[in-house]
Design a protein around this ligand. Structure first.
Ligand SMILES: [Zn+2]
Length: 420
């Protein structure tokens, strides 16, 4: 059986308390944050930061961002500053209200009855990841909602870490900045994190599944919209006159490379992905996303779409076809690589905690991708939850304890560095 650390009760209590607060964000929410209820957790975290003795605690009442600091306790104010960023919202993909977290102790590797009344069972046959956690204590759902371990498991670890450091002045450390942000699940990209207030010049997000994983490489991403203005006339007398917008959109779709789609790509292969098509004779609109880890390849993809649009303009008229491309986020790697100590310290901290660090190029983006591009290099450490965004989400308590340990090692490593 797994041996509990001094952090066990703290991370457990915190995850359960945070999970009960509904903080689901909304893809269609027009405001910032996309849902008002994220403030419920924001206020809770602000009060908690104050009560554990963090400094400069601040809740942005407009943007719903909570910040706090652990000031350096080195004699010369030394140690290299770094920050930790986690998100407060939960995914809109599964019900997020009335979460009823519970703890299964000493998991035996069998089926787990999540909900006797509704006969909801989680089985390692369907979710083999469970078998890695035999003998551990798991925080589970009642099978009707998500858990919100994404990303509240990370918040629980960060808060427990902060409390430990603040209550143990004998642990030498530099300045550490903390931020809790809204709307990660709906592309918020931590856009309202105020860098001046945050203070640190480098940071880590804590998010993602599987304990011990880190991430320093994400997609470059943009969204393209092709619109076509057609010309409708009676089909009987349309020869040489009609421009069928739906046909033009179809031609555009046919120009996209056959095998460069999510269905046919993996690892570092990029793609075009059509997410919406709306078309009739008079109007057509195609929305697609472009993804590639490699910056040059990515730029080629954007240029290729422009070429396609130009060909259609040449055929049907300059004013009939428009293409707009909007940047979503950038691969964090080129920014993170400029501060090699970010990954050196992180992997060392993971090793010092007795785990082998693992990574793979992430086929998506994180708040850290956007933060990195905005000037705050920000790789990611896994939060350690499993089956996120669904009713079978769970968090092994030892994974949260381990992350507290990793953060303590990280804080030691940064504490020994000079601030420049
Ligand atoms: Zn997340």
């Amino acid at each position: 059986m797994y041996e509990r650390t001094e952090f066990y009760e703290k991370v457990k209590e915190r995850l359960i308390r945070y999970a009960r607060v509904d903080t689901q964000s909304d893809h269609y929410g027009k405001n910032t944050p996309t849902t008002e209820k994220q403030f419920d957790l924001a206020r809770m975290l602000r009060d908690e930061l104050i009560s554990i003795g963090a400094g400069e605690v601040y809740l942005d009442e407009t943007a719903c961002v909570v910040c706090g600091k652990i000031p350096s306790n080195m004699p010369d104010g030394g140690g290299k500053p770094f920050g930790l960023v986690t998100h407060m919202d939960t995914a809109p993909d599964a019900p997020g209200a009335n979460v009823k977290p519970w703890v299964l102790e000493n998991y035996d590797g069998g089926e787990i009855l999540l909900n006797a009344e509704q006969g909801i069972v989680m089985s390692p046959k369907e979710f083999p990841s469970l078998l890695q956690y035999v003998g551990q204590d798991l925080v589970l759902t009642d099978g009707t909602t998500l858990l919100g371990g994404d990303d509240k498991a990370a918040i629980a670890s960060v808060m427990t870490f902060a409390e430990h450091v603040l209550s143990h002045p004998e642990i030498p450390h530099g300045p550490i900045s903390l931020a809790f942000t809204p709307d990660e699940e709906v592309g918020g990209l931590a856009k309202d994190l105020d860098f001046d207030r945050f203070g640190a010049k480098v940071a880590y997000t804590l998010d993602g599944d599987h304990l011990g994983y880190y991430m320093d490489e994400t997609f470059n991403a943009s969204e393209a919209t092709l619109t076509v203005k057609g010309l409708s006339v009676h089909p009987a007398t349309a020869k040489g006159i009609m421009v069928n917008a739906a046909d033009v959109a179809g031609e555009f779709l046919a120009m996209l490379p056959r095998f460069e789609k999510p269905r046919y790509t993996a690892w570092r292969e990029g793609f075009f992905h059509v997410i919406a098509v709306n078309a009739d004779v008079e109007h057509a609109k195609v929305v697609l996303i472009i993804r590639d880890h490699d910056r040059t390849q990515f730029e080629h993809r954007e240029a290729y779409l422009k070429k396609c649009a130009d060909a259609l303009k040449a055929e049907y008229g300059e004013n009939r076809v428009t293409l707009s491309i909007e940047q979503s986020y950038r691969n964090m790697k080129e920014y993170v690589d400029r501060c090699p100590y970010l990954i050196e310290n992180l992997t060392q901290a993971i090793r010092l905690s007795g785990l082998e660090p693992k990574t793979e190029p992430f086929r998506g983006g994180t708040d850290g991708s956007a933060l990195s591009a905005r000037g705050l290099p920000c790789p990611n450490l896994s939060a350690g939850y499993e089956n996120a965004h669904g009713r079978f989400e769970y968090v092994p308590i030892p994974s949260m304890e381990k992350n507290v340990e990793i953060l303590l090692h990280l804080c030691g490593l940064f504490g020994r560095m000079k601030d420049d």
